[in-house]
Design a protein around this ligand. Sequence first.
Ligand code: SF4
Ligand code: SF4
Length: 115
Amino acid sequence: MPPAGFKCKQCGKCCLNLRDAFETCATEEDVLFWEKEGREDILSWVDPIPLGDDHFIYDIWISPITGDDVQRCPWLRKLPKKDKYICRIHDVKPQHCREYPRSRKHAKETGCKGF
Ligand code: SF4
Ligand code: SF4
C-alpha cells in the first residue's frame, strides 16, 4: 500500500533506473502466490537459489533464455506515443515493487515524483 498522498505519475523512473527494482529478490509469499495463480510466465524469470534446509532466495529477473540478470525489467512497457510506462504484471507484481516508495523521504531520495 503506497503512503498517503502518493500518486504514481507512471514516469517509469523507478523501474528504469533503480537497479534494485529489477535486480532484487522476490519473497517466498510472492513465489507461492504466483504458483497458486499458475503464473509460469512470471516464474520462468525467477531463479531459486538454495540456502540449505529447504530455504531459498528467489532471484529476479533472470532471463529464462540466457540465465543472466536483465538490464531492464521484462514487465515494463512504454505506452505508445506517450512518455508513460506501465507494469504488465501490476496486479501481481513482487512485494518489493508494491512497497515502492516506502515513504515520502524514500521517494525524494530516489527521484520519485509521486508526491
Ligand atoms: S518513479 Fe514514482 S511516479 Fe515514477 S513510475 Fe515510479 S513510483 Fe511512479
Ligand atoms: S515488476 Fe513492474 S513494478 Fe516491478 S520493476 Fe518490473 S515493471 Fe517495475
